[in-house]
Design a protein around this ligand. Structure first.
Ligand code: ADP
Ligand code: MG
Ligand code: MG
Length: 910
């Protein structure tokens, strides 16, 4: 058996890997190799594969035995290419050690730079570069990074201080410096010494002077960081499996901190916030890597590089074009300039906002770089949410600005509008938002430790950092509103407040602020938000499509999506206005009308309660007669709007006690209204009490015990249908019986259904096209689908109840344990959000197969909440459903998800 290759070299004109090898080499390693193939200037190095990471965790934190010699050989190759020697005291090669997972995990793993420096090599570096300050600046950075990352001295909580930062600040303060660049060689030497002392003090161990020990320490730290808390959390919220592992990239250093003719930067080949086709980036001269992204110095716009180094600027522009043409996508690049020579350190497909994602995809189709199919697949269905999301009401905002509420302006790093209470750390953001409050997380700068808080916040505001800072990147990925680099803010964590330069305003924890992530404005107070362009054009009709560029993009995406999708898209709606919205968003019918929602409407709850408290059938019928005309009006409204589209109406479903009040005062009102004594009412309420209402007297069980309820509802449906039909509309009612587990339940209800329908049609001398069907939402219903489908003309999976009954857990009681299940990886995802394909899906697939056996071409759909969740939509396509149904605002998402499903899986119905 051939020995497994664990190390892949890249450098000069040769690379053993390429962009297709992301699984093995991680994204960074694979793309570094690819850039070499494209003839771009990349410092030589090698990638240790993700398989080593897996091996390391599978084998008690040990490496494969051949790794050491492979690494040695690779270092030799790098030495040859770079004409320097690792550990040499005359011509030392320095290395960077960089993590690189398959999926990019921004900032999750720490990079160690300038590795190989020690008291001796630093002197050689000083001599060879002719720049002693640079050598010592590199050395102090290395010692600090090594201490933080490898020796674990990095602060663990927000209150801990980083010993190295602390020493650096002390030094700067005592000397009266503002910037790191003011530090002299002597200062830097002193810092190296005090850094090393700090390491000795905190760890009890000496800083390792041996370069090889440094190298293996750093490699181990990268593999170790795969399982740190932040990485685990990031993987969980992004659905990255822990088995993937990370690769380690070891690369020869190039120096952006060699002086004013050197620098480092990051850029996007297009604007990541708006998608505009412009080169967007930031750089700093005389700086090293993290300086740009960490936000300690505010970087310059890439345009400015023209002035500093026109040759490198033009070379970058050329690389930008070649990379886009090659990858056919927008990329995010990192580069360093060493004494006028440009080096590429990274490229990857760039993260972008929903807006940018859509714009870039559409533009690239126009530019002939990609096809509409590719464009569709590049837009994450969930991202559409951001296009539907509110913006600030312009008038209100202008008023606020006029009234001097504008606090400051930062960078428009994550578009959208957010208002909320100010919090100053991640823990508070989580705690306050858990109480249902909207919060804005305000930080000097964010780091990976803040991810939980960023996730919980409506918006993120930082004082430091650019468009490519951690805050900006992560916010865009999460779809959060973000204003970054708002330098006028003076944030004081300890006193939990911030002040604004040149103003005496103090904003404290709990105060309201509003941030506009599209303009960068930070505004004092709470601001009303206003619908997005899409909503204005489609729903509110307050904007013309021709005046709404974002809407036009939305419409283009929807047009493509509809071309490719196979699934029908319906909506869950109970009221005419909801139906109108859903149609505007592209719904092709109603998959679920919950009739019980109507009973709470104007004038209906009274007769409903009268029916519930009635002592006999006669009393119930009397009350139902009062409800009938009201229900008829409801249905008429819906049929009217849904002209020419199918409307699935579910018969009453919830247990009756949901319609009666439970507190004393409410019961008194009921007693009064109905003319009963309070004690009779109380007795009746007690009778209605159930130990387990979810499994109690509900669904078709109600219509079986009280057929008169079904009769009334069916009469209302058909009377309404006939009236609307007579008014010139086309109606297609599909009457749906809930909670059927036994075909005889269905037969019982269907008999009533046909009987009453016929009767009404005869009375009105009008025929209506209709269907009768059922929900499949208890396991027995799914298991006996063949029998059920002999009676049902259509079936719709009620995956909310089907999930509850299959997993044997109540959704409303699951809050106390389900999060722990997800956290402990017992469940991948919340089964009420994404269909549990292994369990619930087993029943669904069985039901689909057997229902179709009994009735060829039976119409099958889904109407649970899952119908608007992309992975569930994809699943519904795969198992061959005819349609999905979801809430109106998720209809566009479902359309796009259905197109994704159709493009990814050829199978599916139709
Ligand atoms: P991340 O995954 O967080 O982006 P990187 O491995 O890209 O981490 O490293 C962060 C920064 O360190 C890079 O953007 C680059 O500026 C700097 N860096 C990494 N490797 C080198 C190198 N070989 N020479 C110079 N700078 C480097
Ligand atoms: Mg990077
Ligand atoms: Mg149900």
């Amino acid at each position: 058996m051939a020995k497994t290759k664990y190390v892949y070299y890249f450098g000069g004109k040769k690379a053993e890997g390429d962009a297709k090898m992301k699984n093995l080499l991680g994204g960074k390693g694979a793309n570094l190799a690819e850039m070499i193939h494209l003839g771009m200037p990349v410092p030589a190095g090698f990638t240790i594969t993700t398989e080593v990471c897996t091996y390391y965790y599978d084998n008690g934190l040990k490496y494969p035995s051949s790794l050491e010699s492979e690494v040695k050989k690779a270092v030799e190759k790098v030495e040859k290419e770079m004409k320097a020697e690792f550990g040499s005291m005359t011509n030392p090669l320095l290395l960077s050690v960089r993590s690189g997972a398959r999926a990019s995990m921004p900032g999750m793993m720490d990079t160690v730079l300038n590795l190989g420096l020690n008291d001796k090599t630093v002197k050689a570096l000083a001599k060879n570069s002719g720049n002693e300050r640079f050598a010592w600046d590199s050395y102090r950075r290395f010692v600090a990074m090594y201490g933080d990352v490898v020796l674990d001295l990095k602060p663990k909580t927000k209150d801990d201080i980083d010993p190295f930062e602390h020493l650096l600040d002390e030094m700067k303060e005592s000397k009266g410096y503002k910037l790191d660049t003011e530090l002299t060689t002597a200062d830097l030497k002193e810092l190296v010494k005090s850094f090393k002392d700090a390491i000795k003090k905190h760890t009890g161990k000496k800083f390792p002077e041996d370069p090889w020990e440094q190298l293996w320490g750093a490699i181990g730290a990268v593999f170790g960081s795969w399982n740190n808390e932040r990485a685990i959390y990031y993987r969980r919220i992004n659905g990255i499996p822990s088995e993937w592992g990370t690769a380690v990239n070891v690369q020869s250093m190039v120096y952006g901190n060699m002086g004013e003719d050197s620098g480092t930067g990051v850029a996007f080949t297009r604007d990541a916030a708006t998608g505009e086709n412009i080169f967007y980036g930031e750089f700093l001269m005389n700086a090293q890597g993290e300086d740009v992204v960490a936000g300690t110095r505010t970087p310059q716009q890439i345009e400015e590089l023209k002035k500093n180094d026109i040759k490198c600027y033009n070379e970058l522009l050329d690389i930008r074009e070649r990379l886009e043409a090659h990858y056919r996508d927008m990329l995010d690049i990192e580069f360093t300039i060493q004494r006028g020579k440009l080096y590429m350190l990274q490229c990857r497909v760039g993260k972008r906002t929903a807006m940018a994602s859509i714009k870039i995809a559409i533009d690239m189709v126009k530019e002939g770089l990609i096809t509409p199919k590719e464009a569709i697949l590049r837009i994450d269905p969930e991202q559409l949410n951001q296009l539907l999301r509110p913006v600030f009401d312009l008038k209100e905002k202008q008023n606020a600005l006029k009234n001097g509420k504008l606090l400051a302006k930062g960078l428009n790093a994550g578009p959208g509008a957010a208002s909320g209470k100010v919090v100053f750390n991640a823990e508070d953001a989580v705690a306050v938002s858990a109480k249902g409050e909207q919060v804005i997380l305000v930080r000097i700068e964010t780091s990976p430790e803040d991810i939980t808080g960023m996730n919980a916040a409506e918006g993120i505001l930082t004082a430091r950092g650019g468009m490519t800072s951690h805050a900006a990147l992560v916010a865009r990925q999460m779809g959060k509103v973000c204003v970054a680099g708002c330098g006028a803010l003076n944030i004081n964590y300890r006193d939990r407040k911030f002040t604004v330069e040149k103003s005496d305003i103090v904003v404290r924890e709990g105060d309201y602020i509003s941030i506009d992530g599209s303009t960068g404005e930070v505004i004092l107070g709470e601001l009303q938000t206003k619908p997005s362009e899409v909503v204005e054009v489609l729903i509110d009709k307050t904007l013309k499509a021709s005046d709404a560029p974002n809407y036009q993009m939305f419409a283009q995406v929807m047009e493509w999506a509809d071309k490719y999708r196979k699934l029908g898209i319906r909506t869950n709606a109970d009221q005419p206005d909801q139906c109108e919205n859903a149609i505007a968003f592209g719904a092709e019918g109603i998959g679920l009308t919950r009739t019980e929602h109507m009973f709470f409407g104007e004038g209906k709850i009274g007769p409903m309660r009268e029916m519930i408290f009635a002592f006999d059938e006669e009393g119930r019928k009397k009350a139902l007669a009062k409800i009938l005309p009201l229900q008829r009006i409801d249905f008429k409204g819906i049929f009217h709007v849904m002209d020419n589209k199918p409307v699935t109406i579910r018969l009453i479903d919830p247990p009756l006690h949901e319609f009666v009040p439970h507190e004393e005062s409410g019961l008194e009102v009921v007693a009064n209204d109905l003319g009963y004594s309070l004690s009779i009412v109380k007795d009746r309420v007690n009778q209605l009490h159930e130990f387990n209402p979810m499994l109690g007297f509900r669904g078709c069980r109600l219509g079986i015990v009280y057929p008169e309820i079904t009769e009334m509802q069916v009469r209302a449906i058909f009377e309404a249908a006939i009236e609307v039909q007579k008014a010139g509309k086309k109606v297609f009612p599909e009457v749906m019986v809930p909670l059927v587990g036994n075909v005889k339940e269905l037969e019982f209800q269907v008999e009533i259904l046909h009987r009453v329908a016929k009767q009404v049609m005869k009375e009105k001398k009008t025929e209506v096209n209709y269907m009768v069907g059922t929900m499949i939402e208890v396991p027995r219903g799914a298991i006996t689908a063949e029998k059920i489908a002999k009676v049902a003309e259509f079936c719709s999976f009620g995956t909310n109840d089907l999930t509850q009954t299959t997993l044997g857990l109540s959704r409303d009681d699951s809050g106390s344990f389900l999060p722990a299940y997800v956290q402990k990886n017992i469940l991948d995802k919340d089964p009420f959000q994404a269909i549990d394909q292994e369990g619930v899906g087993f029943l669904m697939e069985h039901a689909v197969k057997h229902a179709r056996k009994a009735r060829k071409g039976i119409k099958l759909g889904i109407c649970g909440e899952h119908g608007g969740e992309p992975s569930s939509v994809e699943y519904c396509h795969k198992i061959g459903l005819d349609y999905v149904s979801c809430s109106p605002y998720r209809v566009p998402i479902a359309r796009l998800a259905a197109a994704h499903a159709a493009l990814k899986h050829k199978k599916g119905k139709k």
